[in-house]
Design a protein around this ligand. Structure first.
Ligand code: BTX
Length: 328
């Protein structure tokens, strides 16, 4: 509610100092009992608020939740993430985002603390335990032909990789949709779209990042190929700050694409951070599997591969799976 938000922002403006219940009640024109009730509700939501009879209330700590209220201070975007639908638990944020897509403005983000049916590509599952990751979907409405959609995944991967760099983590992009840290998957991207023959209606860009998972959160099969920031750094990472950084970088890279089809910066990042270029890879397309070497990423975002028979081909992400020969 409105009063709750007002009280919270007053507490935040005076973080680590007391403000009197009387001042809040005068400013908002509500009774001191009403103020006290709102304070108690905030406490139930996880806000740590000290109260002293003479001095009033002091905000000590905000909960680790990815609401707009909590993330806003890290955002410097125009429209990406300015509208956040926040859920405690959903089946999949991509599914939720699809339900909302036609009604919401571009840049709307759907976030959940937990997904019970998180989706990977090709019907695979995505592990999304409660409060430990960033499980989100961004609604995009670029006025572009459907063939351009593959490039969006590259924009997402570049944005995540740049944001990780900002918090001191070196990551690699496994074209087109995974982020790898220390040889293990830390982030996956699932881009889905609804389109007409030659026009996109909307795109849902689902991004999953393993932030504060521990090895025990992964299954036996996953623990060898997946990791989290907490496992890498050795302590918990601030999800709000990381989320803000991702959305900021995303908008930065998305605007030139949306307005002018320009992904040159994205391609540079994709190449610079590519884990595949120069390596032997397996290219899996349905039932067929071929071995080759990744040579480059071209200006359209396609992966250039040289097969063992010497033929060179450029692959447009689509339904192709790429495997390194060493695990990831
Ligand atoms: P993918 O098909 O490339 O990867 C899925 C595979 O990765 C799984 O089969 C499993 O082996 C492994 N895996 C599953 N969970 C994890 C995890 N948490 N960390 C590392 N590896 C894992 C990649 O698909 C795309 C994933 C997108 C996830 C986001 S989360 C928000 C949004 N909503 C939604 O339902 N999906 C997206």
């Amino acid at each position: 509610g409105y009063m709750r938000e007002k009280i919270l922002s007053m507490l935040k403006e005076h973080k680590d100092e007391f403000i009197s219940g009387e001042m809040i009640s005068n400013k908002l024109g509500i009774s001191r009992t009403a103020v006290w009730k709102h304070i108690n509700n905030l406490r139930e939501e996880g806000y740590e608020i000290e109260s002293m009879p003479k001095n009033g209330y002091k905000l000590l700590n905000c909960p680790d939740v990815l609401t707009l209220e909590e993330v806003e201070e890290y955002l410097n975007t125009e429209f990406i993430g300015r509208n956040i639908y926040y859920f405690d638990t959903v089946d999949s944020t991509n599914i939720k985002a699809k339900e909302l897509a036609m009604e919401v403005e571009e840049g709307t983000v759907v976030i959940a603390e937990e997904q019970t049916k998180g989706k990977g590509r090709l019907g695979r599952d995505w592990l999304s335990p409660k409060g430990k990751g960033i499980w989100m979907s961004i609604v995009l409405k670029p006025q572009l032909p459907p063939s351009e959609v593959a490039k969006l995944t590259l924009i997402g991967a570049a944005a995540v990789s740049k944001a990780l760099e900002e918090i001191g983590i070196e990551s690699y992009i496994k074209w087109p949709n995974d982020i790898i840290v220390q040889g293990k998957k830390i982030c996956g991207i699932l881009t889905e779209m609804s389109c007409e023959l030659n026009m996109i209606n909307y795109v849902i860009m689902g991004i999953g990042i393993n932030v504060n998972l521990e090895n025990k959160d992964f299954s036996k099969e996953l623990v060898d190929k997946a990791t989290s920031l907490k496992e890498i750094i050795g302590h918990s990472v601030d999800r709000k700050k990381l989320l803000g950084a991702i959305l900021n970088h995303f908008e930065d890279l998305y605007i030139p694409f949306k307005n002018a089809g320009d992904i040159s910066k994205v391609i540079n990042i994709s190449k610079e951070k590519s884990i595949l270029i120069g390596k032997k890879i397996r290219i899996i397309q349905g039932e067929t599997e071929r071995t080759g070497k990744a040579l480059d990423i071209d200006e359209e975002g396609r992966l250039i591969v040289e097969y063992e028979d010497g033929t060179v081909d450029s692959i447009f992400s689509g339904e192709v799976s790429i495997r390194g020969l060493k695990g990831y």
